[in-house]
Write a protein that binds this ligand. Sequence first.
Ligand code: ATP
Ligand code: MG
Ligand code: MG
Ligand code: MG
Length: 564
Amino acid sequence: MKQTSLLIPTLREAPAEAEARSHQLLLRAGFIRQLAAGIYSYLPLGWRVLRRIQTIVREEMDQAGFQELHLPAMQPAELWERSGRYGAYGAELIRLQDRHERDFVLGPTHEEVITALAASEVNTYRKLPLRLYQIQTKFRDERRPRFGLLRGREFLMKDAYSFDRSWEELDRTYQAVRDAYRRIFTRCGLKFSMVEAEAGAIGGEGETHEFMAPAEIGEDTIVSCMACGYAANLEKAAAAAGERAADEAERQAPAIEKVATPNTRTIEEVSAFLGVPSSHILKTMIYMADDKPVAAVVRGDHEVNENKLAAAIGCVTLELADPQEVLKVTGAPHGYAGPVGHDIPVYLDRDAVLHGGAAAGAGEEHAHLRNVVPFRDFQPAHIGDYRSVQEGDRCPNCGETLHFAKGIEVGHVFKLGTKYSSVLDAGYTDEAGREQTMIMGCYGIGISRLLSAVAEQSPAEQGMCWPLGIAPYSVHLIPVSAQDPDQAAVVDQIAKEFARQGVECLVDDREERPGVKFKDADLIGLPLRIVVGKRAGEGVVEWTDRRAGGRTEVAWQEAARLAA
Ligand code: ATP
Ligand code: MG
Ligand code: MG
Ligand code: MG
């Protein structure tokens, strides 16, 4: 492909708003342009990378037994009301009306649509298991769209859904997808690790794992142990640590005894006991420790999993700092306090103030409060000191030291179980003629985020160097002077050879100064480079494999052979 015929608007300087290295690189190399916050056009080179990633994803998903389909982005709100997510998804869900004032959403994910499809089209065990995927533009009105394609409001995702007849069958599907993901990320040249995760708002009954790309800019924290291979995201590791600590406390402290529950002690009694108005106490737990009463009070209208809360707070006093407002936690080790109701995690910060969960569950009305971050706005970056797992803590399996690293979530797999199939009536008749509910899994890869994650990981000293598997072209063929007939002849011969061998090559046929050409070539970042210069008359060119570095002078035939 001739560079003169391609739209590659390179920039000398990175625009000031681009903080992340990948964002700067992609803008400067002319791969993407922003239309609005978190909304990007993919220009020809960026789109080529995305297409190559998609090809890899398609090959591996097909191989894992999934069929591709394509689902609507515009979805009736009614469907989301049935799953309970129309309200629960919060401000990230883009809502709109048609001309008849019927409510719609732009899909941030497709569990509802696909489950409804399975419910209407599949009704017998003979059609199961069913494994489907699509590559789609998703819409999420992210509170803080940033870092270019890493957190967009309109972005490309591969999402896949499986419908199985049993949990054992789902286990096998889940394993097949995880294997496929490993191959996908490896082929894309990404450094990644698979970590245990916590099921967030998407919920579900089973396991969940995230695929993380280590990178400083990452908004997630990977907690890992070199010795035994344990790896989890911070929330999961902290929840696990909280549970372990609670188990430990339970074993070591027979003095802690649950003496009252909402059933055995009235809210009025607790209100008097704690000295807070009864209107602010909706659920109570009271424990005795060494004869001192310690209590948990939860304000809000969520169903609270008391065991989880008790375990997580390790029996501390929760009191209303200001009875009108916030739950203040005293005496607690700061850290993650585990999921409470509605899959809403609670965090304690260093000042032992409760974040998320019941405190923020009521939503916006708490947003003005100091130190309270409503859960839906919670970013992993907020966690900072809120962790009950610290770098250097011992590991749950082997007792060796835990290591922390920043990561970008590039993929996520969930065992959903019957969460969606039960409410959307995705049932089938089994061999014995009994009615059963399909067991589901869902699996995402952020295609556009993946492109940025690869760029983010490229070594800083060198400029961009695309992995061969997803590079927009493999080879950059650069005649130093477009006018020189010897150079033109060699370029022609190499290009012919590449055409014969199917090697994708970008020829810089522009009449630019060599400095400009090399600067642009470094920005575009093709992995292989052939410079045709002074010695073109002798058939000698300069060959660089930028993944390894170093330049060598070789006969053009040799360069063509190396590139193929
Ligand atoms: P995050 O924690 O970063 O907000 P998520 O957990 O909300 O991501 P999922 O619902 O698991 O995302 O979606 C599947 C995949 O889609 C993610 O693993 C990620 O790679 C990608 N993704 C999610 N949100 C975005 C976004 N705003 N921009 C680009 N890619 C995204
Ligand atoms: Mg998100
Ligand atoms: Mg996430
Ligand atoms: Mg996720």
